[in-house]
Design a protein around this ligand. Structure first.
Ligand code: EPU
Length: 425
């Protein structure tokens, strides 16, 4: 097992290149299933979630090849075994994104009830209902979904999600591209990663339009062609480095990120009194923690995009320990996403859990190093951020969760001056 050993208190400074977005690339890999032509993705992050999906797609019978640099080539020729094993589903919830494209192009898939981060119940009933509305038959037996499309293929349908779902929206779009007729998706997600998927699919020849703020219409086509697509920058990685700069009172330039995707986060920076400069044309954001501005307490509530992302609630809590006064955090998307707070308390934070989804953080407090463990990807990033801001040395275990979604995080932090080492323990 590997651990991070971090000695905090060093102001970070310099430039960091933000990798392609995890939550975009995984869906774009699945999009390649929709054509028998070659697809090439650029700006593909070197993270373990990509490696796992690559392996799963390889086992199904597709060729997925890393290119030099940040490219990935995908060719979905023939299926040898339309099956996703349970061990993979346990590790990678996003493996469920193969359901839509596999049903649309090959008419069948057996896949497990997915696992992933332990941040709530995370059912897949909306995905299943969407595929059934398009004519698929889905039986659930012994932990697996046995899914098949009718012999004449999926048909367009009207799908209205009971609550907004990112991957549910994406699965429905992917399935609808090759379905007969028109699919209307209501209460659809607005996340930039969804739009990046739509951009790739349209370049492949799909007919997809947002016809109202939360309505997407897909006109099914007979076939799609290959394409080359550049994955958007990862807004969550960008925000993580922004907080690392702010909590260590450093100055960091984030390159390769569209500031337009960070709207809710930058609005919180304004309320906190944190200085930054965003340049959309250059795709950069400079975070000026060294400006020494005293941070003000804020109340934040997670929401679907364009609201403040649930994925970023945990990392932000570290910054709130450094703001003057009482801040509150309200997690509205997942049931079980405040677990990191008890680790922050261990590191000296003043935090009161108000109920299962709300907490009060009073600051500023000087965090100190501790031995802590990670339960999920974003909680892992949170503990790294806390350790960077703390005095003394911290040892963080369970870092495989961080490797799922952050490309070479310690190398990037070391380049900014951080003292972080990966050790075998
Ligand atoms: N939901 C259902 N049934 C479904 C699907 C979702 O009840 O069939 C519920 C969920 O339990 C949750 C809410 O709907 O309460 C929203 O979940 P959503 O479907 O939007 O989540 P997701 O698509 O599975 C993606 C990201 C997550 C991110 C959420 C919310 C990927 C691979 N994952 O998950 O990212 O937290 O959207 O924005 O895109 C992460 O990157 O750390 C991460 C967990």
């Amino acid at each position: 097992m590997q651990k991070f050993v971090i000695t905090g208190g060093v102001p970070l400074s310099g430039e960091v290149r933000i990798a392609g977005a995890k939550n975009a690339v995984l869906k774009q890999m699945a999009a390649a299933v929709l054509t028998d032509e070659l697809c090439t993705l650029r700006n593909v992050p070197k993270i373990s979630d990509v490696a796992i999906l690559r392996e799963v797609m390889g086992d199904i019978g597709f060729e997925v090849r890393r290119l030099n640099g940040d490219g990935l080539e995908l060719h979905a020729g023939e299926v040898s075994w339309p099956f996703v094993p349970l061990e993979v589903g346990m590790k990678l919830r996003a493996s469920f994104i193969l359901l839509g494209p596999m049903l649309a192009r090959f008419g069948r898939l057996i896949l497990p009830n997915p696992g992933g981060d332990r941040i709530g119940r995370r059912p897949v009933d909306f995905h299943v209902a969407a595929m059934e509305a398009m004519g698929a038959t889905i039986d659930y037996r012994n932990g697996y979904y046995f899914a098949s499309a009718p012999p004449d293929g999926l048909r367009g349908a009207h799908i209205e999600f009971p609550t907004i779902t990112v991957m549910g929206t994406e699965n429905a779009i992917l399935a609808a591209t090759l379905a007969r007729g028109t699919t209307v998706i209501d209460n659809a997600a607005l996340e930039p990663e969804v739009d990046d998927l739509i951009a790739m699919l349209c370049a492949m020849g799909a007919q997809i339009q947002r016809t109202a703020e939360r309505r997407i219409e897909v006109q099914g086509v007979a076939r799609l062609r290959g394409t080359e697509h550049r994955v958007i920058g990862d807004r969550l990685e960008a925000e993580t480095f922004a907080i690392a700069a702010a909590t260590t009172r450093g100055d960091v330039t984030l390159n390769g990120i569209d500031p337009g995707h960070l709207g809710a986060f930058l609005e919180i920076c304004d309320r906190l009194g944190l200085s930054y400069h965003a340049d959309a044309a250059a795709a950069t954001v400079v975070i000026r923690g060294a400006a020494g501005d005293e941070l003000r307490a804020v109340d934040v509530r997670t929401d679907v995009y364009p609201g403040f992302a649930t994925d970023f609630q945990a990392p932000l809590s570290v910054l709130l320990t450094q703001a003057a006064g009482a801040s509150t955090i309200h997690e509205t998307i997942f049931e079980d996403r405040l677990d990191h707070l008890r680790h922050l308390v261990k590191m000296g934070a003043d935090i009161e859990l108000l109920d299962e989804r709300r907490a009060r953080i009073t600051g500023p407090t000087q965090l100190h190093g501790a031995e802590v463990g990670i339960a999920d990807l974003r909680a892992g990033a949170t503990l790294i951020l806390a350790a960077l801001a703390a005095t003394g040395t911290s040892v963080i275990s369970g870092i495989e969760h961080v490797d799922r979604g952050y490309e070479q995080i310690e190398a990037k932090l070391v380049a900014l001056g951080a003292q972080i080492n990966r050790i075998e323990a």
